[in-house]
Design a protein around this ligand. Structure first.
Ligand code: UD1
Ligand code: UDP
Length: 366
């Protein structure tokens, strides 16, 4: 089976690295070609992950770059079409919910190329989120749905997806974490930054609803006050950096460590030893759940409810005023209270490849 795998952003790389590695390992069954749409392009948003996660260099680089949703989606759509025509894949494999995901799926569907979606069936039920539109439409276009949490199948079934097209394989992002656990530990990032393990709050924020809106200034102000009591380390996403610079926002507390986006090993080293994490990221809600680190999500909804039912995630709402509650919430958080969601075990990519191999065998049968 010739598989054309597509990545466009930082989280796509983390989700696809183990899948690509597994397909390469099974080289007698699969040929893999990698497309990088180039939605993320800074070294610290892309190349560093390719290197740290041991991914092959992309076979095709679309260099879509930044722009409005229409511009970015359209660039990927137009630029991937000749790739699909040249590569003639048996399957397009797309992860997650970013603009590159939807654009690649749309181009493939019009050319009759079967599509498999990694991380299918997640829903926030909030259509003001660009990702929600991308998820719903990508699932509608997909032929195979790889899910990572129990409720995803219910959602897909409710939207008319046939049960035999849904495969609960587990979480490929957690595969990456399991595979790199020792290297993450050896990075010792808190010590390198002069932080005491277990004493600080790690912060990531990048959702447009928060960082491009009126709540950003209050969020920064409240974190700045909190940092006088609980050290914070905040690797700032480029969208957030742009918004902060635009509004002239900065931190004055000596307890606030504001840094550039970090590579995967450095970031996960900080996350694994944090007292807690404040975030609006999808992936971070999952990684904290897996590691049993208290997570406070500054959003009104989550498309990953399993992180609040089985995991360590608390939805604070998009309400920066609640940042003041974090010390109290941390003091009440039980030590490492968590149950890993089923099949978040480091072997999701293996199961995914086995499903693909079975699909190929069925397709090849006379
Ligand atoms: C995108 C995804 C979001 C995902 C996030 C992961 C969509 C709609 N959004 O959001 O779901 O959670 O990636 O991080 O697909 N920029 C740079 N350098 C880069 C990349 C971006 O400076 O390498 C800046 C540009 O100013 C750009 C802005 O960040 O306009 C936003 O980038 P974009 O990819 O459009 O959206 P994200 O906010 O990163
Ligand atoms: N991440 C990283 N460095 C950072 C911030 C995040 O390596 O400075 C990793 C982390 O593993 C996280 C993943 O990137 O789970 C996802 O990134 P992001 O939060 O940007 O995207 P989302 O998961 O919200 O789509």
């Amino acid at each position: 089976m010739r598989v054309l795998a597509v990545v466009g952003t930082r989280p796509n790389l983390i989700k696809m690295a183990p899948v690509i590695a597994e397909l390469h390992r099974r080289e007698r069954e699969f040929e893999v070609l990698l497309v990088h749409a180039g939605q993320h392009y800074d070294v610290e948003m892309s190349q560093i992950f390719i290197e740290e996660l041991g991914m092959p260099a992309p076979d095709y680089a679309l260099a879509a770059g930044s722009g409005s949703h229409a511009q970015q989606t359209a660039r990927v759509l137009v630029r991937i079409e000749p790739v699909l025509l040249e590569a003639e894949p048996d399957l397009l494999l797309v992860p997650g919910d970013v603009n590159s995901t939807l654009a690649a799926a749309l181009a493939a569907s019009k050319l009759g190329v079967p599509i498999a979606h990694v991380e299918a069936g997640l829903r926030s039920f909030d259509r003001t989120m660009p990702e929600e539109i991308n998820r719903v439409l990508t699932d509608q276009l997909s032929d195979l749905h790889f899910t990572h949490s129990p409720e995803a199948a219910d959602q897909l079934l409710a939207e008319g997806v046939a049960e035999e097209h849904i495969h609960y394989v587990g979480n490929t992002m957690i595969d990456t974490l399991v595979a790199l656990r020792e290297r993450i530990t050896s990075v010792a990032m808190p010590q390198r930054l002069g932080l005491t393990p277990g004493s600080y709050l790690l912060v990531t924020l990048h959702r447009p609803a928060l960082v491009d809106g009126p709540e950003l200034a209050e969020t920064v102000g409240r974190l700045d006050v909190l940092a006088d009591f609980v050290p914070i380390v905040f690797p700032v996403h480029p969208r957030t950096r742009k918004a902060m610079d635009g509004l002239g926002l900065s931190f004055r507390s000596r307890g606030a460590l504001i840094v550039e986006p970090l590579g995967y090993l450095e970031f996960m080293s900080l996350l694994a030893s944090a007292a807690g994490v404040l975030t609006d990221s999808g992936g971070v809600q999952e990684e904290t759940t897996y590691l049993g680190i208290p997570c406070f999500t500054l959003r009104d909804s989550t498309e990953r409810p399993v992180t609040t039912t089985l995991g360590t995630n608390t939805l604070l709402g998009r309400e920066p005023v609640r940042i003041v509650e974090i010390p109290e919430l941390l003091s009440r958080a039980p030590a490492r209270p968590h149950e890993e969601p089923p099949l978040w075990d480091g072997r999701a990519a293996q199961r995914l490849a086995s499903v693909l191999a079975r699909t190929a065998a069925v397709a090849a049968a006379p």
